[in-house]
Design a protein around this ligand. Structure first.
Ligand SMILES: *[C@@H]1O[C@H](CO)[C@@H](O)[C@H](O)[C@H]1NC(C)=O
Ligand SMILES: *[C@@H]1O[C@H](CO)[C@@H](O)[C@H](O)[C@H]1NC(C)=O
Ligand SMILES: *[C@@H]1O[C@H](CO)[C@@H](O)[C@H](O)[C@H]1NC(C)=O
Ligand SMILES: *[C@@H]1O[C@H](CO)[C@@H](O)[C@H](O)[C@H]1NC(C)=O
Ligand SMILES: *[C@@H]1O[C@H](CO)[C@@H](O)[C@H](O)[C@H]1NC(C)=O
Ligand SMILES: *[C@@H]1O[C@H](CO)[C@@H](O)[C@H](O)[C@H]1NC(C)=O
Ligand SMILES: [Cu+2]
Length: 592
């Protein structure tokens, strides 16, 4: 496909991005708060003496707080934190049912949690010890401001890491909160190449302790590459997951394996970082007898609210605070349910409880007998999420074209299934990633590149993603390089008017659901030169081409990203490896 230039911008200076006046950073209602120094009560300028603690989670340090607009600035001089990740071809058995082939990071599943603080620089050395696959690691939701070449998307921002080779990723943590990292090479993350990320920073609710990450995934007893092949030649969609895992564990219907357990002390408040790392499932999460406070959606702090159940699409994260205030300390289910309205999982039929255990210190080590709320079955995003630091999308912004989602399937015995955007299915070229073409000033990014150009610095662009296929599935749409503002979404076809759209402090995040059969309107300013993919996060759908990429301010990319030595080395190493006759497998899907 040739370049599309969407005339959907509006001239606004960079002032639009400037800090909006921070609001009052209110501590969680009802908590016994003694606020030593508060970020912002009357002054819009964070207090330099404001330091982070259990009763002052809204503070950070040196004039930075929850009231800081992190798109505009982040702490300048952080530490450098280094991790080494080695990917091997091995086996794993997370629930005692016999195990399967898998690709693991440092021999563990999920991979190690990467932890740094707001403003730190992360260096991650990724070694590919797989015999016969390339790889590349994407740091989900990290904005990669002026560091596009470290976004980790083979065929878009890099050549894949060839077998035996190592890539050094370097990027600054301009945001804080919870996320995950995963392979972006074809269906490889479903093989186990995934881990979690915690970036410490301020928060909109107070808590005593951090219980850490709570990643939930679907899991199959066959390999992801095998399922991916079946999925892309199927008339009935991808196969169901066999079970689910919470933090890499779960009991199986035959009684093997064990539940993940979180231990709490009565009277304390705990932060739990819930992440949906699945390949094809929507999850609902609740804690029996423990309503909880929600404080972030993806990396964006929100005005807190209390609920007893939350829904996550793939790639989404919510940080919540649970109050360990049960009258009788005991064991409680942390329930997980699958959004059966858009999928399923074989473990549901077994009737065994799904989820993990919330265990009070001192209580016996038994399985909970607790009861809880009726779990949801739908696949819709949470609504009414209000970012804590308010930003406004210019209401005069217009979308003059649509990104039209459809599908096609070969009528032959091959039955190859592909999603299309504006008639074209996305396929990346591993030896000629888009970033390389952009740096070489090529005018043509190749067939099936699904490139859309964004030219004008700091102008706002609005994208209208419209379902035009009759296949009634919701799609979790994830954008790299930016958080986007959700201006509108709904069933059916957008009527082209601003009726019902939100411009004043809309929900902002990096992954949002395109409703089944409906539309999604997202906006973001062109403030990060680079090549950024936007794709459905259902692994099978991304592999089947449900993706586009933005080439943002092409002429400025080279200067913005600086050193390209590592990038060029990677492409040389890949070109040496990816020779005809030199590798047993070929690219059979989008490569994403
Ligand atoms: C992983 O190992 C299996 C068998 O042990 C082999 O068939 C497969 O090609 C290997 N995959 C990669 C990516 O090296
Ligand atoms: C994860 O997302 C997928 C797809 O969006 C969804 O089907 C699944 O229920 C989600 N899981 C959780 C635990 O939210
Ligand atoms: C426990 O804490 C939750 C959340 O803060 C609150 O909604 C609930 O009323 C509390 N329950 C008791 C028994 O104090
Ligand atoms: C990928 O890029 C290389 C180098 O530019 C080119 O030779 C090749 O034809 C491209 N492959 C496809 C499928 O477009
Ligand atoms: C791109 O598509 C055109 C038109 O279908 C075709 O002629 C050309 O060979 C294709 N290029 C590559 C590299 O596949
Ligand atoms: C990666 O390796 C798996 C086997 O482990 C294989 O099925 C798949 O085709 C390989 N993919 C590519 C693109 O080499
Ligand atoms: Cu999808």
């Amino acid at each position: 496909m040739l370049l599309h230039q969407l005339a959907c911008w509006l001239s606004l200076g960079s002032a639009v991005l400037g800090a909006s006046l921070p609001r009052h950073a209110s501590p969680e209602a009802g908590s016994p708060v003694v606020v030593e120094r508060q970020a912002t009560t009357s002054s819009p300028v964070p207090d330099s003496a404001c330091t982070n603690g259990p009763r002052t989670r809204n503070c950070w340090s040196n004039g930075f707080s929850i009231a800081t607009d992190f798109d505009a600035k982040s702490p300048p001089a952080g530490k450098t934190v280094t991790y080494d990740l080695t990917i091997t071809n091995t086996t794993v058995d997370p629930d005692g049912t016999g195990g399967r082939l898998a690709m693991l990071i440092n021999g563990q599943y999920p991979g190690p949690t990467i932890r740094a603080a707001w403003g730190d620089t992360l260096i991650v050395n990724v070694k590919n010890e797989l015999q016969h696959n390339g790889t590349g690691i994407h740091w989900h939701g990290l904005r990669q401001l002026n560091s596009c070449q470290h976004d980790g998307v083979p065929g878009v921002t890099e050549c894949p890491i060839a077998p035996g080779k190592t890539r050094k990723y370097v990027f600054k943590c301009t945001q804080f909160g919870t996320s995950w990292y995963h392979s972006h090479w074809s269906a490889q993350y479903g093989e186990g190449v995934v881990g979690t990320i915690v970036i410490d920073g301020p928060a909109t609710a107070n808590y005593d302790e951090d219980l850490g990450v709570f990643p939930i995934t679907d899991w199959t007893y066959d390999t992801a590459f095998a399922l991916n092949e079946r999925a892309q030649h199927s008339r009935t969609g991808p196969p169901l997951g066999d079970t689910i895992l919470v933090n890499g564990k779960h009991k199986s219907p035959s009684g093997t394996g064990e539940y993940y357990k979180m231990t709490v002390k009565k009277g304390k408040k705990y932060r739990v970082r819930i992440i949906n790392t699945s390949v094809d499932s929507v999850f609902h999460v609740s804690f029996d007898g423990h309503p909880f406070t929600v404080m972030t959606s993806d990396f964006v702090p929100i005005k807190t609210y209390v609920t007893n159940q939350i829904t996550l699409n793939i790639g989404q994260r919510y940080d919540v605070v649970i109050n360990a205030n049960a009258t009788t300390p005991g064991n409680f289910w942390a329930r997980v349910a699958v959004g059966t309205a858009c999928g399923g999982n074989k473990i549901i039929q077994s009737g065994i409880p799904m989820g993990a255990i919330l265990h009070y210190e001192g209580a016996p080590d038994t399985e909970p007998t607790s009861t809880g709320v009726t779990m949801r079955t739908h696949c819709n995003d949470e609504t009414g999420l209000v970012p804590f630091v308010p930003n406004t999308v210019p209401s005069s912004i217009v979308a003059q074209d649509e990104l039209s989602l459809n599908h096609k399937q070969d009528a032959t015995t091959d039955q190859l299934f592909r999603w299309t955007i504006d008639g074209s299915t996305h396929i990346v070229n591993w030896t000629q990633p888009t970033l390389k073409s952009a740096l070489e000033n090529r005018e043509d990014y190749g067939n099936n590149s699904n490139v859309y150009e964004i030219q004008t610095r700091d102008n706002w662009y609005m994208w209208w993603i419209q379902t035009r296929t009759f296949i009634p599935l919701p799609h979790p749409i994830h954008l790299h390089g930016h958080d986007f503002y959700i201006v509108g979404s709904g069933p059916g076809v957008w009527d082209g008017t601003t009726n019902g759209l939100t411009f004043n402090n809309p929900t902002r995040r990096d992954t949002a659901t395109l409703p089944a059969g409906g539309y999604l309107l997202i906006a973001f300013p062109a403030d990060n030169p680079g090549t950024w993919v936007m794709h459905c996060h259902i692994a099978w759908h991304a592999a089947q081409g449900l993706s586009v990429q933005f080439v943002e301010r092409q002429g400025e990319i080279s200067a913005a990203i600086g050193d390209k030595a590592e990038f060029n080395k990677g492409c040389d190493e890949w070109a040496d490896y990816w020779q005809p006759g030199n590798h047993p497998y070929e690219q059979t899907d989008s490569g994403l």
